[in-house]
Design a protein. Sequence first.
Length: 151
Amino acid sequence: MISRKTLLISTLVFALIALSIILGRGIIRKAQLDSSSQVLVLDTIEALLKVRERQAMLLLMNDDNFDAQSKESSATRLTNLTRAVGVLKTINSVTGSSDVPLLPLSGPPTASYQFDLSMLAGPITLTANLIWITGNWHFASFSFSGDLLRN
């Protein structure tokens, strides 16, 4: 017959191994999602801000990363932005990262990135927020700030 002490130690060891595996997977997943969100947001923002036409923006917006409503709304906002300050000249810096819970069922991963941009008319700051839904990053929102936009 197994003693209580042996059963307790076995249970604790099993629990620690399981927790280690879960946390290890979480750390690996965070690194993967952080990398994929950075690549997606950088490539998408750069491509979208180099065109002025709304139709061209809509064609560049991947259905995996924009739902129909946010696609229309984002294209309108980005078109208005490029009308106001011109197209993208350069991306000066990008800061931000993803927030990926290490434990499953702790909520969906999110990411936020801030871009310091040189547009044709001058500098602005763009913030892009993403959320991980059904295996893909989705753009949740864009916001813009800068002296050029205060008029």
